[in-house]
Design a protein around this ligand. Structure first.
Ligand SMILES: Cc1cc2nc3c(=O)[nH]c(=O)nc-3n(C[C@H](O)[C@H](O)[C@H](O)COP(=O)(O)O)c2cc1C
Length: 191
């Protein structure tokens, strides 16, 4: 049934460098267009105390060294039992498009496993959708040491044809993929 009723939806996310904020806002925009009553919460700025009113919960995180943010992990832990009764979707911001452009399909699969499948096992989740998105490499937001450690990536990003715009920032996201995932999620959540 194509229900346009306002499914109450919470998007809660963790971010270190900001990319997951924009991705979460775009997901919310599409879900609202689909008629979902959606709020977006940065888990670091607001500690959610109660999720009883939400029918759909979307939890996202940026990846760093194979890890979710502590806040997003903490949310999955604190609401583990309630999430079992909800429609749940999870997503990450990653570097997958770098591996994709280099044709490293094994790397894409293993990063996806670490980012999503292992997370599902860790918290015994039953998501109706999992989004494996790319994020942003923003050298301006890294601390000195991280910038130095990640320096090797710059020539690789250039070689792979990612544009540096503005200086120090490489946008890796495929917005069509993100929007399309949100529309598919809306269909699944109505079922
Ligand atoms: C220090 C550092 C480590 C990263 N480690 C990973 C990683 O292990 N796996 C991955 O897919 N992406 C990794 N990335 C890419 C991030 O996932 C990407 O920048 C994403 O946009 C981060 O999300 P955020 O901006 O919301 O924090 C890393 C980026 C940085 C700067």
């Amino acid at each position: 049934m194509d229900c346009r009723c306002g499914v109450k939806t919470l998007i809660v996310y963790g971010t270190r460098y900001g990319a997951t904020t924009e991705t979460s806002k775009e997901l919310a925009k599409v879900l609202r267009e689909e008629g979902f009553e959606t709020i977006v919460v940065n888990a670091k700025e607001e500690k959610i105390k109660d999720i009883s009113e939400y029918e759909l919960v979307v939890v996202g995180s940026g990846m760093r060294m194979g890890k979710w943010t502590g806040e997003a992990d903490d949310f999955l832990k604190r609401f583990n039992r309630e999430l079992g009764q909800k429609k749940l979707a999870i997503f990450v911001s990653s570097m997958k498009s770098v591996s994709e452009r280099e044709g490293k399909t094994m790397d894409v699969a293993s990063s996806r496993k670490v980012a999503l499948e292992d997370k599902v096992s860790q918290f015994s989740l039953h998501p109706i959708a999992m989004g494996f998105f790319s994020g942003v490499i923003d050298f301006n937001k890294m601390d000195f040491l991280t910038r130095r450690t990640m320096g090797f990536l710059k020539p690789q990003l250039e070689k792979d044809g990612f544009n540096e715009e503005p200086p120090g920032v490489y946008e890796l996201r495929d917005w069509d993929e993100i929007r399309s995932w949100a529309r598919d999620l809306a269909v699944k959540a109505r079922q």
